[in-house]
Design a protein around this ligand. Structure first.
Ligand SMILES: CC(=O)N[C@H]1[C@@H](OP(=O)(O)OP(=O)(O)OC[C@H]2O[C@@H](n3ccc(=O)[nH]c3=O)[C@H](O)[C@@H]2O)O[C@H](CO)[C@@H](O)[C@@H]1O
Ligand SMILES: C=C(OP(=O)(O)O)C(=O)O
Length: 434
């Protein structure tokens, strides 16, 4: 188990390029199972979760050529369907959330699928009802085998249908779309997730020969086709990494330019940081965060205290709330952070409180932050990273703090941030892997 040693309090400067998007990569790489033809995927982030998924595909018999670290050519022309029942599959897939999205393409192509308890962040209940009920509406039969901890899915003859999802689940929508593109007839998915990563998946599937209308909306209409061919696809930059870098720059009083951010795909993210008083300058597709002494949290128009909460796209992503929370600890003013989707994602605030932050954890979903307006610095401490985004929030806190911090359990951070220590050192950060 590695840790990061961080000597805080240093201002950073320079340019940083965001990695390809983790959560897009997990969808796109699962989709290569839909065709026996070659799929060339680029801008793949070199991170634990994505590499695990690529390994899983390799073990299923998918041919993988990796001419560059960020590019893979996949060919799923000889897949071992039964591998998904093996103990090895259960072990590996249990380490990442994204593995659940192998089921949709497997059902489409082989009419069979298995879902074991997927991994991912332990941030509260993460149910799979939307996935399973969605498949069921397409005619898939399922049974849960308790001893194996495995959902067995059997598609027989999958038929398009009308689906009103009980919630716009991101991986659930991706899974159902990937199953429906090769089901017979028309599938209508209402209350679908519609974030840029789902849009990217749908656009790629269309290039492969799928027929999908309504891309970008919460109403997708899919006409099933009998065959999909190969294509090329490039991942968007990771919007959560971009948000994390904005927060990092503000909190450490740094001057950072985040390159090639695909601003049009960031939705409301820049505005949420602006509500915290952070200046952002858009320079083409780059975001420049200039050095700022104090940033002041805005109130709502009626003068009441700002609340920042998560909401399905185009609302604010839950994956950036931990970052917003940590950044608010050094702002002038107060904000209520309301994490509606996940029930165990705010508990890391006890570490920020130990560092000197003023936070009241009202309940598992809400934390009130009273900003210190830089009148008092946070103090470095030893802490452990509970999940991927809390891990980066703690890293940002440590980089801004007085003195030395140790962050343990950094495998959580490595799940989603590529060589973060090297990249931050290039900006002048004192961070060491120990
Ligand atoms: C691999 C991947 O892509 N992971 C992302 C994906 O996870 P994932 O697809 O697992 O998340 P879901 O969209 O299914 O839902 C996340 C949680 O929010 C709850 N929920 C969801 C929608 C809603 O309207 N109300 C509600 O309460 C769900 O019950 C669940 O507990 O989407 C999440 C929500 O953006 C992100 O945090 C994860 O990073
Ligand atoms: C919760 C996240 O990831 P996962 O769904 O892979 O656990 C995340 O990326 O913030």
């Amino acid at each position: 188990m590695h840790s990061f040693e961080v000597i805080g309090g240093k201002k950073l400067t320079g340019e940083i390029i965001p990695q390809g998007a983790k959560n897009e990569a997990l969808q796109i790489i699962s989709a290569v199972l839909l065709t026996p033809e070659k799929m060339t995927i680029s801008n793949i982030p070199d991170i634990l979760d994505v590499n695990l998924l690529i390994d899983l595909l390799g073990e299923m018999g998918v041919k993988i050529d990796r001419p560059q670290r960020d590019t893979c050519i996949f060919q799923a022309d000889d897949v071992d369907v039964d591998y998904l029942r093996s103990e090895a599959y259960r072990q590996k897939s249990g380490r990442l959330r994204g593995s659940v999205m192998l089921a949709g393409p497997m059902l489409a192509r082989y009419r069979k699928g298995f879902i074991s308890k997927p991994g991912g962040d332990k941030i509260g209940r993460r149910r799979l009802d939307t996935h399973i009920i969605g498949f069921e509406k397409l005619g898939v039969r399922f049974h849960y085998q308790q001893e194996e901890g495995l959902f067995h899915l059997d598609a027989g003859n999958m038929k398009g249908s009308f689906l009103l999802l009980d919630e716009p689940s991101v991986t659930g929508t991706a899974n159902i779309v990937m199953a429906a593109v090769m089901a017979e007839g028309t599938t209508t998915i209402y209350n679908a997730a519609c974030e840029p990563y789902i849009q990217q998946l749908c656009k790629m599937l269309t290039r492969m020969g799928a027929q999908i209308r309504g891309i970008g909306s919460n109403l997708l209409v899919i006409e099933g086709v009998g065959y999909l061919g190969g294509t090329q696809h490039r991942m968007l930059p990771d919007m959560i990494e971009i948000g994390s870098f904005i927060g990092l720059a503000a909190m450490t009083q740094s001057d950072i330019t985040i390159k090639n951010t695909s601003v049009d795909n960031l939705g409301i993210i820049p505005d949420k940081f602006r509500q915290l008083g952070i200046q952002l300058q858009l320079e083409g597709d780059d975001i420049h965060v200039p050095e700022q002494d104090v940033y002041e949290i805005q109130n709502f128009l009626d003068g009441s205290v700002l609340t920042i909460y998560d909401h399905p796209w185009p609302g604010f992503t839950p994956d950036l709330l931990s970052i917003v929370l940590v950044v608010a600890t050094q702002a002038r003013g107060s904000v209520l952070i309301h994490q509606k989707m996940f029930e165990s994602r705010l508990f890391f605030v006890d570490k920020l409180i130990d560092m000197g932050a003023q936070i009241i954890l009202c309940d598992p979903h809400r934390a009130a932050v009273i900003g210190l307006a830089r009148e008092q610095r946070l103090r470095g401490i030893t802490m452990s990273s509970p999940d991927i985004r809390a891990g980066v929030a703690l890293l940002i806190a440590a980089l801004s703090a007085e003195g030395r911090s140790i962050i343990q359990n950094i495998e959580q951070i490595d799940r989603g941030y590529q060589n973060i220590d090297d990249r931050l050192r290039k900006l002048g950060a004192q961070i060491f892997r120990i």
